[in-house]
Structure formats: structure tokens, C-alpha cells
Write a protein that binds this ligand. Structure first.
Ligand SMILES: Nc1nc2c(c(=O)[nH]1)N[C@H]1C(S)=C(S)[C@@H](COP(=O)(O)O)O[C@H]1N2
Ligand SMILES: [Mo]
Length: 258
């Protein structure tokens, strides 16, 4: 038999990665459910034709035998996620949370202070105007939720690496953790925190971030699945102690890359 050499197929990378995740040994796999991991689910997410998906499946059979080096290639934290045009934005962009939209926390911006703690030189809290004065960045990227939908949106704010630089974060530490106004919490690896597309965002589609999308701020990472992107962030900390996350602690994969 010919040895199987996985090679990069000409198909939508995101749809591929969702299923590659299934093939890799991921604890979250049971909880994500079969819904998005079927051919039909893939077709729904990506609008791919069945023939494309067939080639995805064939590829995945091969990928399921891969080793760590291929996994490292798939989740390379320096890889850039695709960006999109204004015309491709999903309207209206969906709301999601572990509660209904009308229960989303309403944060008072006027006396808001972002807390900073852990392995940083400067723990001074930040007001919203101070945060808005940081160097600007904007991106139109795809948000992928494991519940079976994805949507393209436009977020604006500051590169998270700029924020980490200003607070004197120990960037040799392993994790950055987030606490949220709705008691959600998350944490990410330092390479992702420093990734050029990881933004601390204050706007959605050119307007102040509305309550439903996480006012006063959302950490937006197009290299991570939806649940890794915390909204209503109230505290950021740098640590070497694994902080977990709201869904991660219920079995979702911690890396959560897309
Ligand atoms: N604080 C907070 N952040 C959160 C969540 C949440 O419930 N609370 N849900 C996560 C999930 S599962 C998704 S898909 C996205 C939804 O973001 P959106 O409402 O802007 O679409 O937020 C993520 N961040
Ligand atoms: Mo999600």
C-alpha cells in the first residue's frame, strides 16, 4: 500500500479544522455533539457542496492518523486567520451567552475600571477613555461557535499585545485570564494573547460595543472558537497557574483553536 501523505486540500480551512478537531483526541468532542460534526453540519456551516465535503472526509481519514507535528501545524499560533470584506458581514450578527439576550449584564461605563492583576508590573486599573486612547486596530473576521453557527463581524479596539506591553505583563508567563461581569471566565495561552489578530475590542461595526456583544469590552480572537472570546471583561490577569474557563471546566477543549 502507498504510504498516506496528508497534504493541504483546496477547501475551506475552517470547516476542515472543525472536523479535524473531532479526529484528534479532544475531550470536548463528546460535548460538542454530533450536530456540527456531520457532513450536513459542515455543509451548513460553510455552504460547501457535498463533493467538497467528500474530499474533506477523505482527507480527514488520513488526518486522523496524524501526529503531534501536524497538530502543531494546524494550531500554529502565528498563523493569521482569514479576514473578510464589509459586504461579507453577517447581519444581524447573532448574540450568544449562557443566558438569554435580555439577561445580558448592563455595565455602567462612567465609573468602570478594568482591573489588572497577577504577573504585571502595573496593576493600576484602567478607565474606558484610557483604554480607547490605545493604538487602534480593526478587523472583519469569522466567529465560529461550537453550537453550530459561524458569523462574520467587524470589531475594533487595540492589539491586546499593546495592552500587555503597557501593563508590563510578564510575557514569559503561561496564561492570561479574564473575569467577566456575568461571572463568565476564560483563559488563553500567551502566544495567542500576543497574536497580532488578538484584539481587546470596544466597538462593533464602528459603534460602541453594544451590551449584547459585550460592553464595555470583548477579547476578540479569530484564531479561537467563540467560547474562548470573553465579553463583559472586568478583570485581566497574567498567571502561571492554569485558570480554566466557564465552558472549559465543563469539558470543552481548553486550546479551543479554530
Ligand atoms: N462573558 C461572556 N462571554 C462570552 C459568552 C458568555 O456567555 N459570557 N459566551 C461565549 C460564546 S459561547 C460565544 S459563541 C460568544 C458569542 O458572542 P456574541 O454574542 O458577540 O455573538 O461569546 C462568548 N463569550
Ligand atoms: Mo459559542
Amino acid at each position: 500500500m502507498q504510504p498516506i501523505k496528508p497534504k493541504r486540500p483546496n477547501i475551506d480551512r475552517e470547516s476542515l479544522l472543525i472536523d479535524v478537531r473531532r479526529e484528534l483526541d479532544m475531550p470536548a468532542r463528546r460535548l460538542f455533539g454530533k450536530r456540527i460534526l456531520t457532513l450536513g453540519g459542515l455543509a451548513m456551516l460553510t455552504g460547501c457542496s457535498l463533493s467538497d465535503n467528500t474530499s474533506v472526509e477523505n482527507f480527514l481519514v488520513k488526518v486522523s492518523r496524524i501526529n503531534d507535528s501536524v497538530q502543531a501545524w494546524l494550531f500554529d499560533p502565528t498563523r493569521l486567520a482569514p479576514t473578510y470584506t464589509e459586504a461579507q458581514i453577517t447581519r444581524p450578527f447573532p448574540f450568544n451567552g449562557f443566558y438569554d439576550e435580555d439577561e445580558a449584564p448592563i455595565v455602567d461605563g462612567s465609573d468602570f475600571r478594568l482591573k489588572v492583576s497577577g504577573l504585571v508590573q502595573n496593576k493600576r486599573p484602567w478607565t474606558l477613555p484610557e483604554l480607547s486612547a490605545l493604538p487602534k486596530a480593526e478587523q472583519i473576521t469569522r466567529h465560529i461557535c461550537v453550537e453550530g453557527w459561524s458569523a462574520i463581524g467587524r470589531w475594533g479596539g487595540t492589539p491586546f499585545s499593546e495592552f500587555l506591553k503597557r501593563v508590563g505583563a510578564d510575557t514569559s508567563a503561561r496564561y492570561v485570564g479574564f473575569k467577566c461581569a456575568d461571572n463568565y471566565y476564560e483563559s488563553i495561552d500567551m502566544p495567542t494573547a500576543l497574536h497580532p489578530q488578538t484584539l481587546l475590542t470596544f466597538t462593533y461595526d464602528g459603534q460602541q460595543l453594544p451590551t449584547k456583544y459585550g460592553y464595555p469590552m470583548k477579547l476578540r480572537m479569530p484564531t479561537k472558537l467563540g467560547y474562548k472570546n470573553p465579553k463583559y471583561v472586568t478583570e485581566i490577569f497574567v498567571t502561571n497557574t492554569y485558570p480554566g474557563g466557564y465552558w472549559v471546566d465543563q469539558g470543552y477543549n481548553w486550546f479551543g483553536g479554530s
